[in-house]
Design a protein around this ligand. Structure first.
Ligand SMILES: C[S@@+](CC[C@H](N)C(=O)[O-])C[C@H]1O[C@@H](n2cnc3c(N)ncnc32)[C@H](O)[C@@H]1O
Length: 246
């Protein structure tokens, strides 16, 4: 009723890349365009690198993601290299100038083991001095409290490419330590459920995050609490990091 390919298409519909409008994309896009070679970890449907190529990036662009349906969508653009795999499986020795992990993909790394293995692998893909730019939601802002069908801002109604009307919202199933388990529901306008997607996300705090980065061999070059590059404060909703391979 609602396939993985439909889910990937819905993702693009709900998250159109717009570096001229969306603040997170305004942050990442110049970094990508200014780097000779880029590895986008957790690239999903590939919009960031596709747009970089479209806007004239001439260097090496590689997108890495474990989700086959998302990658199938990314592959519609053949002048970017698309690789199926997790962050921990990133191949070392590639000497990328920049690695990115956007759209809070970093929060899919749920265990200390996975965070360590992923950061070590990403570190290994970079040249000396190469940078890793990514963001994770700050736990203090408790973003998950807004992920409910009773929050009108969380319920999205769209018409997909085939003309089908869809409603999409989240619910939180559990908050256990720093792991939040959520459900995304796709339904018809009358509420008939087409598909439910379960997902867990980890909310690391600054101290833990930075500990993992340093342990993996990164130096923290910059860390911001919002997309305007303001510092992380007690009211920040994001932890946006640019880490450098030392
Ligand atoms: C919310 S999407 C973000 C996609 C894209 N980066 C963006 O900004 O639109 C999160 C992505 O992380 C990917 N992902 C999940 N676990 C991962 C892992 N262990 N390593 C790399 N990517 C992962 C998912 O398949 C998904 O495509």
């Amino acid at each position: 009723m609602f396939s993985d390919a439909d889910a990937a298409a819905l993702y693009d519909l709900l998250n159109p890349w717009d570096p001229d409008g969306r603040s997170d994309e305004r942050f990442y896009f110049p970094l990508v365009m200014g780097a000779e070679s880029v590895l986008d970890v957790g690239c999903g449907t590939g919009a960031l690198l596709q747009l970089a190529r479209e806007r004239g990036h001439r260097g090496r662009l590689v997108g890495l993601d474990p989700d086959r349906a998302a990658l199938d969508r990314a592959r519609r653009r053949g002048d970017v290299q698309w690789v199926e795999g997790t962050a921990a499986e990133a191949k070392s020795g590639d000497d990328f100038d920049l690695a990115t992990m956007t759209g809070h993909a970093f929060q899919n790394l749920l265990t200390d083991l996975d965070v360590r293995a992923s950061l070590a692998a990403i570190h290994g893909t970079l040249r000396n001095g190469g940078r890793f730019a990514f963001e994770t939601r700050h736990p203090q802002a408790r973003a998950w409290e807004g992920w409910t069908a009773s929050n009108p801002d969380d319920v999205v109604e769209v018409v997909d490419a085939t003309g089908r009307e869809l409603r999409y919202w989240h619910d939180v199933d559990a908050v256990a330590g720093d792991i939040v388990t959520i459900r995304g529901t796709v339904a018809e306008p009358d509420g008939r459920v087409l598909r439910v997607f379960g997902e867990s996300l980890r909310f690391l705090d600054v101290a833990k995050l930075n500990g993992f980065l340093v342990e993996a061999g990164f130096e923290i070059e910059d860390q911001y609490g919002d997309w305007n590059r303001e510092p992380v404060t007690a009211s920040s909703r994001e932890i946006i990091t640019i880490a450098r391979r030392g």
